[in-house]
Design a binder for this molecule. Structure first.
Ligand code: UDP
Length: 243
């Protein structure tokens, strides 16, 4: 049973439940890009992202990565552990794309080996700036130990997800993670993992437009947005039955 609305974000709504240690996440069809300057809807996105996130959280848990996921209770809703969110967006990049290309001039598609792990400050008013270790220290956004733990977990998650998506014939180009602390101060993975938060390229084609299976279809008006999300879900589910 959903309680009161605690927070409404761009893509999800968080409700309280009768257990203070548990929250309910509701996945909306709303889509935003460029710090909410572009807005729209992607039909059934909420259902698709809820299903993909559910499967990936379960897979990560099975591999020993602690996450906030507890149970998926409906097509668009999951029960999650209440966390104190660390206000960082942890981005892992295997292939250069997006802001990395814009800000550094690296060519789209350049392989990044070892993968790049970056920390952005989660603050819409500031435009989610890229942080340096020294800035994080001055801002006291997390302890140095916590930052080392975020990096370690992000790298582990990247290994697991890269391998899984490869088995779906999808390249995991980059993705964004959010973490929080439980009452015992353990670092847990939060938020969602979906085509909204990952760049996913179809390995079946090298065509730069056709291969895009993620929110870049919406950001760049490439069309076929719903179909791309649906195809990711189908491949993930087909692969989930393999093992
Ligand atoms: N990302 C996200 N939320 C954000 C910013 C980025 O989920 O607020 C994801 C994005 O979908 C991509 C990765 O993080 O998979 C890296 O994004 P990038 O920094 O390249 O930003 P963009 O080009 O999307 O502005």
């Amino acid at each position: 049973m959903a309680g009161k609305k605690l927070y409404e974000g761009k893509a999800k709504i968080i409700y309280t439940t009768d257990d203070p240690a548990v929250l309910l996440t509701y996945f909306k069809d709303d889509a935003t890009a460029f710090n909410a300057q572009k807005r729209g809807q992607i039909v059934d996105k909420g259902k698709i992202n809820c299903a993909i996130s559910t499967y990936l959280f379960q897979r990560l848990e099975a591999a020993g990565v602690p996450t906030h996921w507890l149970e998926t209770t409906g097509e668009r809703e999951m029960r999650v552990k209440a966390l104190t969110i660390i206000p960082l967006e942890v981005v892992v990049r295997n292939v250069a794309a997006g802001s990395l290309c814009r800000q550094t001039g690296l060519p789209l598609g350049q392989i990044l080996n070892p993968p790049l792990v970056e920390f952005y400050y989660k603050d819409d008013n500031l435009g989610d700036p890229l942080l340096t270790p020294d800035r994080m220290r001055v801002m006291q956004v997390a302890t140095e130990e916590q930052i080392a733990e975020l990096r370690r977990q992000a790298e582990r998650i990247n290994q697991i997800l890269t391998e899984f998506f490869a088995s779906c014939a999808i390249t995991l180009v980059d993705f964004k993670l959010e973490f929080g602390l439980d009452r015992q101060q353990n670092v847990l993975l939060g938020d969602e993992i979906s085509p909204d938060t990952c760049r996913l390229w179809d390995q079946a084609t090298e065509d730069e437009t056709q291969r895009v299976m993620d929110k870049d279809r919406f950001r760049q008006d490439l069309g076929q947005v719903e179909q791309a999300y649906q195809r990711v879900l189908e491949r993930v589910m087909a692969q989930s039955h393999q093992r």
